[in-house]
Design a protein around this ligand. Structure first.
Ligand code: GAL
Ligand code: ZN
Length: 699
């Protein structure tokens, strides 16, 4: 007989499973034949009223299709508490409408007005050093404070009432880059209280928390939830408890998603036939876009490839990391099927360590890479180059005179013409070429692994993104279409599944991997996978216990080498260098050795294995090579053993297929040859693709 509790639980599960998602189908908003649309940010409140008509007319003349407004304008929308002025915005919406431009409006919550923060200083976030922030920058408010949410709800409601029925306003952006930038977490009393509530909900009894946090060590036992503070590294003589950190990261991401959900539902009370998004920071782990997949109609993000962070190749610092931006496209798109770039750099920026000029043509190439990756929209930040304020030296689509298109502005115009060309050639229901579809790969990613790996790297040489990208770049080098998926997705639709350094796992996930392989899938796992359970505990048993049957080997030990020491590992005739991480595996009968160590005291030990299982294969790579070449060679072997042919593109030469169009984008510093089959028709560009060049063809 079922207990009352389990009946109740079943009811709760049924109810939550059937809870409607807020998000609407993206095809309702983004028509397939339009392919992609391009627009620009404009801040009318910062410019002379007399220039509005001129600026908006010039935006149209450049070929732009929409204009993005309202972001950061709270004090102009609500100059005094409860007194609203949206007429200036309405006037600009009207001007845009007359020009035939669509409008995206933005909620202004990233910039609370000074009257609000003076009246309610408790809405200002508190940083890790315990300092309350002040008015004068942005993102200084804490979104966990109820009174702050009340103010946000009120201004959003005013906006949605005024513009929610305007057919020319097509969509809404919530906030902007939800974060407090260099001070990621807030430590205010409201956050403290909400974190404790969340812990209570998760653990029920403090004994459970003590068990899962391993508080038996160092006498860390708590006696009630009220004693628990947010783990703030600055307040501990040693590192804070790692399980507490992990839970705080979980809470923070869920709280951010809750805030996004709250804003979305406020807007939707009045908005009709308008999509809702927020603009995420590119690859920023504290806020997790998949948590908002059901709340947003499209996932959008910021893309700034040239700001001094990427150096590979002679011109790499001017073109940016094409593979890294591709990863984010593949991640954002897969969450709920619709993605776009809400902010794209139009030229030099002002905030990076070294703000170089982008390479000629690079901006158009980024736009066309976004196109190739299935983006529905690209918006450039920003129209006018600012003459004052925090973003001086940041380029715009037009220069300091407010009218002359910048180099980047002209590239946006060119990309819009490219899209117009392709729209004319669009044919509905085109099917991906078989050779491309056969390489379809899922790249399994869970931000929780990233948090936990980064919290305890075990070697200063460890770089989570660096490790993941060795696999991802190899896949793009093969010309594979990649979906970066989370665990809620079905693995079965992908012939290949790659899950590098998937540290936190449980029996259920391992069962799903095993079934996937038995049913014919090709699974690739790498070092550190399933080292820990979801709490972040090591297993009471063998190292990486749950996957040992699956990979057909045991993980006897691992080693890390101090910089700049290099170890050697051999696969067949080829020797590779490694230094970050190397596991010694012991294969079971029936498992094939792929790589062995050449040196160190464990020379001869096994570093990578593979085996057939059911109708599929599983490959485990226990070592990370310095250049990524070993990863590429081992992945190539996996595709070959599945009889799937792959390309051999140079790293950073990216080729994808979308809606009937092949698109090649060349992020390398050399000319590349587009892989155009005989009989195919070149639509844009040439067979020989220059650095930062784009070629589009159909076959
Ligand atoms: C973005 C931010 C924008 C603007 C831009 C400057 O990260 O969302 O508001 O500051 O950087 O490049
Ligand atoms: Zn707070």
């Amino acid at each position: 007989m079922k207990s009352k509790r389990s009946v109740l639980l079943a009811l709760v599960l049924i109810l939550s499973a059937s809870a409607p998602a807020l998000s609407q189908s993206s095809s309702q908003f983004f028509r397939e034949p339009d392919l992609m649309t391009i627009g620009v940010y404009y801040y009318p409140e910062a410019w002379d009223k007399g220039q509005w008509p001129r600026d908006i007319a010039n935006i149209k003349k450049l070929g732009m299709e929409f204009i993005h407004m309202g972001e950061f304008a709270w004090v102009f929308m609500e100059p005094k508490e409860g007194e609203f002025d949206l007429d200036w915005l309405a006037e600009n919406v009207e001007l845009a409408t007359k020009q035939g431009l669509k409008v995206i409006l933005c909620t202004p919550s990233a910039t609370p007005p000074v009257w609000l923060t003076k009246k309610h200083p408790e809405v200002l976030m508190i940083d890790a050093s315990g300092r309350r922030q002040k008015h004068g920058a942005r993102q200084h408010a804490c979104w966990s404070v109820d009174v702050y949410r009340k103010y946000v709800e009120r201004i959003n409601t005013e906006l949605a009432k005024r513009f929610g029925n305007n057919p020319n306003v097509v969509g809404w952006q919530i906030d902007n880059e939800l974060t407090h930038y260099g001070k990621p977490y807030c430590y205010c009393p409201h956050c403290q209280a909400k974190f404790r509530e969340w812990l209570k909900g998760k653990y029920g009894r403090v004994e459970n928390l003590n068990r899962d946090w391993g508080n038996a060590f160092w006498s860390q036992q708590y006696q009630n939830f009220e004693q628990i503070d947010i783990p703030n590294a600055q307040e501990f003589v040693a590192l804070p408890n790692p399980h507490a950190i992990l839970d705080h990261q979980r809470w923070f991401a869920e709280e951010a998603a809750d805030y996004i959900r709250f804003q979305a539902s406020t807007l939707r009370k009045h908005a009709r036939n308008q999509w809702v998004t927020t603009n995420f920071i590119n690859r920023y782990p504290p806020v997790s876009p998949p948590l908002s997949g059901r709340d947003l109609d499209i996932i959008t993000w910021s893309l700034y490839p040239v700001a001094g962070f990427y150096q590979d190749g002679a011109e790499g610092f001017r073109m940016g990391d094409g593979a890294a931006m591709s990863w984010m496209h593949d991640y954002a798109r897969t969450i709920n099927g619709a993605q776009g770039v809400m902010e794209m750099q139009p030229g030099q920026v002002n905030w990076g360590p070294v703000n170089a000029q982008p390479y000629p043509g690079a901006i158009r190439m980024w736009i066309m890479r976004a196109f190739a990756a299935g983006s529905k929209l690209v918006c450039t930040y920003r129209y006018r180059q600012p003459l004052f304020g925090n973003e001086q030296y940041h380029y715009g689509v037009v220069g300091t005179d407010g009218v002359t298109p910048s180099v980047g502005g002209r590239q946006f115009a060119q990309a819009m013409q490219d899209v117009q060309t392709l729209r004319k050639l669009y044919r509905p229901n085109s099917k991906a070429p078989a050779r491309y579809a056969a390489r379809r790969t899922a790249f399994l990613y869970n931000v929780e692994n990233q948090w936990n790996l980064d919290n305890h790297t075990q070697t200063t040489r460890w770089d989570t993104w660096g490790h993941l990208f060795k696999y991802y770049r190899a896949l793009k080098g093969f010309g594979a279409p990649v979906d970066v998926i989370t665990e809620d997705k079905d693995f079965a639709q992908y012939p290949f599944l790659v899950a590098p350094a998937y540290q936190l796992a449980d029996e259920k996930l391992v069962r799903r991997w095993t079934e996937y392989v038995e049913n014919g899938g090709h699974l690739v796992l790498s070092l550190r996978t399933a080292q820990k359970d979801r709490r972040g505990h090591l297993w009471e048993g063998e190292y990486a216990a749950p996957i040992l049957d699956l990979i057909g080997a045991s993980v006897e030990s691992y080693d890390v080498l101090p910089d700049p020491l290099k170890g050697k590992a051999r696969a067949g005739q080829k020797v590779y260098e490694w230094g970050v991480w190397g596991e010694s595996l012991k294969p079971k009968p029936g498992t094939t050795t792929l790589v062995t160590y050449e040196d160190q005291f464990y020379a001869g030990n096994v570093a990578a294995v593979t085996r057939r299982m059911g109708r599929g294969t599983v490959t485990y790579v226990g070592v990370e090579s310095l250049t990524g070449e070993l990863e590429r060679d081992l992945l190539r072997r996996v595709f070959a053993s599945a009889n799937v042919g792959v390309e051999n593109y140079e790293d950073q030469f990216l080729v994808d297929w979308r809606d009937g169009f092949w698109v090649a984008t060349n992020f390398t510093s050399k000319k590349q040859v587009a892989p155009i089959l005989p009989g195919a028709k070149i639509l844009i560009g040439t067979r020989l693709v220059e650095p930062a060049g784009v070629t589009v063809w159909s076959e």
